[in-house]
Design a protein around this ligand. Structure first.
Ligand code: HEC
Length: 138
């Protein structure tokens, strides 16, 4: 790891946003302020979740599994596909943070879909994926 990257990781880890871009990904769960600022323009009504499910079956199920538990077997680059049914959001839990993961990608396995899936469909995917997550405890 070079020094610049190391400094970036430290700055992001201590919560200094924006210094090294929003797309630094520490190993532990973290936030992406650029994603937190995005507002989901698509209401999570049943029709959207259903559309999201159809897209998911096409593009995501092979890695994230039929029920979203991360138990598909296609992650060739050695990554562990996220389980959407647990309470952990590695890259942040807001709709916008999840949107950015799907649009821009975060790893060799989880590549960005910006050239394959229109943004509105990515929001449908966000609504579907969030429908799999357990209710939040407050
Ligand atoms: C080739 C396998 C593969 C495919 C296909 C794939 N993913 Fe992923 N996905 C991964 C891996 C591996 C990770 C964990 C990446 C990391 O955090 O380092 C991940 C992480 C994610 C995350 C982050 C979850 C969190 O905890 O923050 C989301 C959201 C996501 N994927 C959505 C999708 C969607 C939606 C699709 C389909 C459009 C998709 N993925 C297709 C492998 C895949």
């Amino acid at each position: 790891m070079n020094v610049v990257r190391l400094v970036c990781l430290i700055l992001v880890a201590v919560g200094v946003p924006g210094v090294c871009g929003a797309q630094e990904h520490p190993a532990e769960p973290h936030k992406h302020p650029a994603g937190q600022a995005l507002i989901n323009p698509v209401d999570a009504i049943r029709a959207s979740v259903t559309t999201g499910r159809q897209l998911y079956v096409f593009d995501c199920r092979q890695c994230h599994g039929n029920t979203g538990k991360g138990d598909g077997d296609m992650s060739h680059a050695g990554g562990v596909p996220s389980d959407f049914t647990d309470a952990v959001w590695q890259h942040g839990e807001t709709d916008g943070e999840i949107f950015l993961v799907i649009r821009d990608g975060v790893s060799a396995d989880m590549q960005g879909y910006d050239d394959q899936i229109p943004e509105e469909d990515i929001w449908h995917l966000v609504n579907y994926i969030k429908s799999l997550a357990p209710p939040r405890e407050h």
